[in-house]
Write a protein that binds this ligand. Structure first.
Ligand code: URA
Length: 213
């Protein structure tokens, strides 16, 4: 889908799109859903790391010596927005096995509809790391904005957001509050409905990952 958002990258790779179709389907089982979230997250991790800086290292092949690239620069930290973000951790960590992991728990106050933090645990050296925030659904974007605010308060300067699905409302919210944070997603859906669900979407990501409904 073509879009106008300078802060958004939609991964149109056929493998991602194929898996996303099965992820969306109502009849996909809990086990299947989890497996697909893991597989898509792994591919999104591949895409979101494509601009990591590299340096060269002198190595010896069986044939000769030469300067070969290795990843340099900041180490990574993946921050999961609870609870659905946890479903994306396995896939991300498959490609970034040395990354540290932080968790941020937010719930929506039923009166104000504003996110309230109930859990925050991140590595001590997080300000020196490149942080990838994961949350499967970028819906209103309020949780992501709140999580990014907190991480910036902690001194984090290199931030990215990875989600499975986004909608224009959430992307706009992020662009307004955190224009420096690039979003990587598998699809930009049409809209949010009156209940805060992404349309066509995939339903409640947390419930489908953990089988709670
Ligand atoms: N959170 C979800 O799990 N699904 C949506 O569609 C929106 C927010």
């Amino acid at each position: 889908m073509q879009h106008q958002f300078p802060n958004l990258t939609v991964i149109t790779h056929p493998l991602v799109q194929h898996k996303l179709t099965f992820l969306r389907r109502e009849e996909t089982s809990t086990a299947g859903f989890r497996r697909l979230v893991k597989e898509i997250s792994q591919m999104l991790a591949y895409e979101v790391t494509q601009d990591l800086p590299t340096e060269t290292m002198r190595i010896k092949t069986p044939i000769t010596e030469f300067d070969s690239p290795i990843i340099s620069g900041k180490k990574q930290c993946i921050v999961s927005i609870l609870r659905a973000g946890n479903g994306m951790l396995d896939g991300m960590l498959e490609l970034l096995p040395a990354a540290r992991v932080g968790h941020i728990g937010l719930y929506r106050d039923p009166a104000t509809l504003e996110p309230v933090e109930y859990y925050f645990k991140v590595p001590e050296d997080i300000s020196e790391r490149m942080v990838i925030v994961v949350d499967p659904m970028l819906a209103t974007g309020n949780s992501a904005v709140a999580a990014l605010n907190r991480l910036k308060e902690y001194g984090v300067t290199t931030l990215k957001l990875v989600c499975l699905l986004a909608c224009p409302e959430g992307v706009k919210n992020l662009l307004e509050h955190h224009p420096d944070v690039m979003i990587t997603t598998a699809a930009l859906d049409e809209k949010l409905n009156d209940h805060g669900y992404i349309v066509p979407g995939l339903g409640d990501a947390g419930d489908r990952i953990f089988g709670t409904r």
